[in-house]
Design a protein around this ligand. Structure first.
Ligand code: NAP
Ligand code: ZN
Length: 332
């Protein structure tokens, strides 16, 4: 039996829950979990913000642990340290799976939707999504890389954001503080754009050379037309027209935060300056490997607070209150 903490109803606290995961498939891995980060998407799932949650479910998709059991086709070794993110399976045969874009497979199976996730002592996944953790990375600080890290690394990689590009990161939370570090590691000139003045010192430590408060009209006016790439990681609505004004011609606004309201876009704002707005969904297994190698070689790590798995509700309350600096990681 796998023992964890499940949410039984929308917005309800999690409570002790165990389940029988059945016979292990030939391509499956069972991970003995040591750490699981709390991504804001867990909160969206608990609240059923996206209408896709299936109760009861164990949240958690920033998982680090060791291989406890494996099917006969699995090449990982027992006891090996591994990670698992938002996605735990895909069809394996469609054009996207064959092209290394498993995150776009129509049968993309999330780790904690109609499947039990990582606020637990174990989790099952298809071996293609179970990625070895480089030795240089600490387990607790690596856990948030498995979703938050790859979600911000992927758009920088896919859009080939070059060294010296001027990059803005909107929302300095779990994703945002990793985005500042990965953009800096690429050699970009990085600015943090935040609603919270108290984050300036840390944002600069994460790699920002400028800090813009999102209500500082004068500073935003001065920064108009200066950014090549702006990555929106906020979990709440942001002023999209204002951010589009900050872009240079050919600049891109990339949205990864699950903004609750429809975005306000005018054709004119896109036409003048050939600007584009794009989205980005997590990251494929090969990109997770590359992201972990980059984190290991450039010293990118989440700034974390660890709490025991049994205190998941207190930890979730802190995330809801915006008090996580910058990621809470549950520990077994
Ligand atoms: P988080 O740690 O809670 O950080 C979110 C940040 O958003 C906060 O630190 C804050 O930054 C900003 N924010 C929060 N409330 C705000 C408000 N009322 N007004 C303006 N800004 C506000 O969340 P996270 O784990 O980084 O996740 C961020 C978002 O990304 C979530 O919506 C999550 O579901 C989504 N996500 C998407 C993907 C994907 O594949 N696209 C993957 C993972 C997560 P400041 O204090 O700096 O303003
Ligand atoms: Zn996530």
């Amino acid at each position: 039996m796998i023992k964890g903490f499940a949410c039984n109803n929308p917005r309800a606290p999690v409570s002790a829950f165990s389940y029988d995961a059945g016979t292990l498939g030939d391509n499956e891995v069972e991970i003995k979990i040591t750490h699981c980060g709390i991504c804001h998407s867990d909160v969206h799932l608990i609240d059923n913000d996206w209408g896709i949650s299936r109760y009861p479910f164990i949240p958690g998709h920033e998982i680090v642990g060791t291989v406890a059991a494996k099917g006969k086709n699995v090449k990982l070794t027992l006891g090996e340290r591994v990670g698992l993110g938002w996605q735990c399976n895909s069809c394996g045969t469609c054009e996207f799976c064959r092209a290394g874009m498993e995150n776009h497979c129509k049968k993309n199976q999330p780790t904690c939707v109609a499947h039990h996730g990582g606020y637990a002592d174990g989790v099952r996944a298809d071996a293609r999504f179970v990625i070895p953790i480089p030795a240089a990375l600490d387990s607790a600080a690596a856990a948030p890389l498995l979703c938050g890290g790859v979600t911000v690394f992927t758009p920088l990689h896919v859009h080939n954001v070059h060294a010296d590009a001027k990059v803005g990161v909107v929302g300095i939370g779990g994703l945002g503080h990793l985005a500042l570090q990965f953009a800096k590691a690429r050699g970009c000139i990085v600015s943090a754009i935040s609603t919270n003045a108290n984050k300036e010192t840390e944002a600069r430590r994460f790699g920002a050379s400028a800090f813009l408060l999102s209500n500082d009209r004068a500073a935003l006016e001065a920064a108009k037309g200066s950014f090549d790439f702006i990555l929106v990681t906020a979990s709440a609505d942001v002023d999209v027209p204002q951010l589009l004004d900050l872009l240079r011609p050919r600049g891109k606004l990339c949205v990864v935060g699950a903004l609750p309201s429809p975005m306000q876009l005018s054709a004119g704002q896109l036409i003048h300056g050939d600007k584009s707005v794009v989205g980005s969904n997590i990251g494929a297994p090969e990109v997770i490997r590359l992201m972990l190698e980059t984190a290991a070689s450039h010293g990118v790590a989440a700034t974390i607070e660890t709490m025991p798995m049994s205190e998941a509700n207190a930890a979730l309350d802190k995330v809801r209150a915006g008090q996580a600096r910058y990621r809470i990681v549950l520990e077994n």
